[in-house]
Design a protein around this ligand. Sequence first.
Ligand code: NAD
Ligand code: TDX
Length: 342
Amino acid sequence: MSKTLVITGGAGFIGSNFVYYILKKYPDYCVVCVDALTYAGNLSTLKEALKNPNFRFEKLNICDYAGVKNLFEEIKPDIVINFAAESHVDRSITTPGIFVDTNIKGTQNLMDICRELEIPRFHQVSTDEVYGDLPLDRPDLFFTENTPIHASSPYSASKAGADLLVLAYCRTFNFPATISRCSNNYGPFHFPEKLIPLMITHALADEPLPVYGDGKNVRDWLYVEDHCKAIDLIIHDDRLGEVYNVGGHNEMSNLDIVKLILQKLNKPESLITFVEDRKGHDRRYAIDPTKIHDTLGWSPETKFKDGIETTIDWYLSHEDWWREILSGNYQNYYEKMYGGKI
Ligand code: NAD
Ligand code: TDX
């Protein structure tokens, strides 16, 4: 049966991958992307989607009550999936306020509108960072859905705040929501300020590769399409009020990732430059995905060795995309596409 999906943050990394995933898998669905086009949103990422008559883009801030309510009244979504967020930990250390505004107040605003309009389903895209970190010397420990919330950065605290609000709305108002908490994603359209694309683009330019601290911090990397598949399963299942951890059992240290990228690009390790550590830097993330595996049948499908090759190849063949970002030109794309029309 055809559905109308609202995808907030769909001009960002994971949201755009989800837009393409849904348009391909459900050709009869209507997909409406709500995105404020902050520095992290890039409309040119959605160039192909914009050609699809079932896709619509709305430049809107999720904190804008009247704007979002008018849109939702008009399109009557069946499901709202909230990807929109300030997502970069380093930026949350320099400017925490915008993280509270978008990640907490924006989520509350969306949920209030969904409640008022009785929208049948809301999904919150969250992160494993809400659990804080794990020690490097306890490889037997993993985050489960029952691990206490223990955020380290203003970013993860704001995501944790949103999660707590979602769960409180479920309990207090019977709000029909679910939450997924995923580990680090990688793949096409990853903004080049995050580790993997930053290292690929720096290596290609023979520029220093800045590794924070000792480079031994561990992340649990998941190919972005596997995250999309997990969210697809969750939103098409009737269970409400549930939290699902999503992760690939693919732990790697930052240094190992950087060395692998250099090796694949045939660049010397002398480009690695150790720099001052991130404040409050989480040591290790590792997800136990047993719940989503056992209840919804989800397992990661892309092996890291294949996913990283696909990703490097994508950056090699989409230089225009990331060079536009590095030059800042991408921020004019909306004007070019929509100037005077909206
Ligand atoms: P991103 O920074 O690439 O994209 C965020 C998008 O949200 C951008 O298009 C931006 O313009 C938009 N946005 C920001 N503020 C907005 C606002 N106030 N109103 C409307 N749109 C706004 O982020 P991402 O890496 O794609 O992450 C997407 C979601 O997934 C986030 O909620 C993040 O917390 C979560 N997450 C990310 C990862 C990861 O590895 N990247 C892992 C787990 C969870
Ligand atoms: O230049 C760098 N050098 C470096 O050593 C950058 C940008 C990062 N790092 C380190 C910090 C982290 O240990 O690499 C690791 C990954 O850093 P990021 O790409 O900034 O990701 P992380 O902080 O792990 O957060 C990401 O995963 C969880 C996303 O940005 C979040 O939105 C998501 O919730």
